[in-house]
Design a protein around this ligand. Structure first.
Ligand SMILES: *[C@@H]1O[C@H](CO)[C@@H](O)[C@H](O)[C@H]1NC(C)=O
Ligand SMILES: *[C@@H]1O[C@H](CO)[C@@H](O)[C@H](O)[C@H]1NC(C)=O
Ligand SMILES: *[C@@H]1O[C@H](CO)[C@@H](O)[C@H](O)[C@H]1NC(C)=O
Ligand SMILES: *[C@@H]1O[C@H](CO)[C@@H](O)[C@H](O)[C@H]1NC(C)=O
Ligand SMILES: *[C@@H]1O[C@H](CO)[C@@H](O)[C@H](O)[C@H]1NC(C)=O
Ligand SMILES: *[C@@H]1O[C@H](CO)[C@@H](O)[C@H](O)[C@H]1NC(C)=O
Length: 439
């Protein structure tokens, strides 16, 4: 059986590239990457940046040295949920695909989602004359549609998070309490909401609640959101089957997911998750480097919550707790199957990641368009048992971050140009969807 896990997080209507800085980033990326894209070898192992690439020889050496004889996997679907570090991962996946000239199932126009929170349809993405390798933008796991467009050997992955901490994060990010009319002066808006759950939930879901922004009427972010994103039938869209009261049906859907997904990562164990991902995909440690994105600080993040409120949420979001408990358990089983070397690799990666974050944070603070001091032009990461020596340059930092959505928009612009003909054809066919996600 394939191993597994999943994830999600939704950013809606945000991440618009409005600043001149972002625009500049894109132009530079475009120009730099164009040159690099010409060279297959470089594309194969590295991301854009001077001094940044690993030669073919070294890649071979890497395989021999580490006695791993697997082939890098390039076709995958990542179910991007909400508030589970998924934008951070999105950055990793766009970098991986973009620097290798892979093809994305790319949202239309400048959208960030593939019909989320509705199931995905064949009408939600840009056409591609060369098929697809990667699907990583917000989508509901829509099995038949995804299977029909992705290659046969596609790997399914995602990430999930402890449900109550995800709930708090959703409340903060989507301002759920305000939309439901929770008074501003309460100590803890989540506790207040769940103390009068019926009242606030119906206010939040009320038809005509214009405050809801991009989230359709009849849909709730407070209940079983992770399960919904994994395609569990929970009564949305309206009229759909709802198995939320049927424990057995939920269990059997979870088992089904386990058979389809090769890895469901766990937000609480992010580094371990990434090492599992690397091993599963046969990528390098450099491929999984990340820059944190979208981590919020807010008062009720760590405030104590009464036991009865936690219990209430466990009943309310029952499927998510079952999903989390199941995959948290399988996650650790999977880790223990990795053998003792896992910890060594984990520590190596944490150390590498810390150096890169420190360095890139300085670069971001300096800003773009500067000539950096000579001693800041790059950092060199020493060879270890788990990686060949490589360097990260200031240019690499601007590909790693700070905004993971920059590359998404570059891919969309590329598609506008390269697939203009197909796009025009697609646009001629009337869009007859009755349920359109997003804004
Ligand atoms: C990217 O790949 C496509 C086909 O897979 C190829 O036609 C195109 O030339 C490649 N682009 C670059 C810049 O290498
Ligand atoms: C690696 O795989 C190839 C083809 O699958 C095989 O020919 C080769 O012997 C393998 N090398 C090692 C070191 O296992
Ligand atoms: C699930 O059970 C609750 C409480 O008994 C009930 O209000 C709700 O309508 C049920 N939902 C479904 C889909 O059967
Ligand atoms: C996840 O699993 C680990 C290992 O069994 C356990 O220690 C931890 O408490 C679990 N997390 C949650 C939130 O249940
Ligand atoms: C670079 O050199 C300057 C002074 O020459 C020093 O203040 C700074 O800390 C150095 N930066 C790094 C990253 O070593
Ligand atoms: C919508 O259009 C597709 C083709 O683009 C067609 O197959 C489908 O039947 C249409 N649906 C409706 C409800 O008209």
């Amino acid at each position: 059986m394939a191993v597994t896990f999943s994830s999600r997080r939704v950013r809606i209507c945000l991440a618009t590239l409005t600043t001149m800085t972002s625009f500049y980033v894109i132009i530079v990326l475009y120009m730099v990457s164009y040159n690099f894209l010409q060279n297959e070898n470089i594309m194969a192992t590295y991301f854009v940046g001077r001094g940044g690439y690993q030669s073919h020889r070294r890649a071979t050496q890497y395989r021999i040295q580490h006695n791993s004889n697997c082939t890098q996997k390039k076709n995958f679907v990542f179910i991007k949920g909400m508030k589970c570090a998924t934008s951070t991962l999105l950055g990793v996946f766009y970098r991986f695909g973009y620097t290798r000239n892979l093809s994305f199932v790319s949202p239309l126009k400048q959208n960030l989602w593939l019909n989320w929170p509705y199931p995905m349809t064949l009408r939600d993405f840009r056409p591609s004359s060369r098929g697809y390798n990667i699907l990583t933008d917000h989508s509901i796991y829509t099995e038949n549609v995804m299977r029909s467009i992705m290659p046969e050997d596609t790997v399914y992955i995602s990430i999930i998070r402890e449900p109550f901490s995800q709930l708090k994060s959703l409340f903060q990010y989507f301002q759920i309490a305000a939309k439901a009319g929770v008074p501003k002066d309460v100590d803890n808006p989540v506790v207040e909401y769940f103390t009068h759950l019926k009242k606030y939930e119906s206010a939040y879901k009320a038809p005509g609640n214009k405050e809801r922004g991009c989230i359709p009427e009849g849909f709730s972010l407070t209940k079983n959101l992770m399960s919904h994103c994994h395609g569990m039938p929970l009564g949305f869209p309206p009229g759909a089957k709802d198995i939320s009261n049927d424990t057995e049906a939920i269990q059997s859907y979870i088992k089904h997911l386990d058979s389809k997904f090769s890895l469901i990562m766990i937000r609480e164990y992010f580094y371990e998750s990434l090492i599992l991902l690397r091993r599963l995909m046969c990528w390098t440690l450099k491929d999984i480097l990340f820059i944190n994105y979208n981590i919020a600080k807010y008062a009720f993040k760590t405030a104590p919550v009464p036991e009865n409120i936690l219990d209430l949420h466990k009943q309310w979001s029952n499927a998510d707790y079952m999903l989390y408990n199941y995959f948290n358990t399988t996650f650790w089983k999977h880790v223990s199957n990795q053998g003792p070397e896992f910890v060594s690799e984990l520590e190596t990666f944490k150390n590498m990641e810390r150096l890169v974050q420190d360095y890139c944070t300085k670069i971001y603070t300096y800003g773009k368009g500067h000539s950096y001091p000579v001693n800041m032009s790059k950092i060199v990461l020493d060879e270890t048992k788990w990686n060949v020596q490589f360097s990260i340059s200031s240019e690499d930092c601007w590909v790693l971050g700070p905004n993971p959505y920059d590359l998404l928009h570059v891919v969309q612009r590329d598609n506008d140009v390269k697939e203009a003909h197909l796009l025009a054809e697609q646009n001629k066919i009337p869009d007859n969807r009755t349920m359109k996600g997003g804004c």
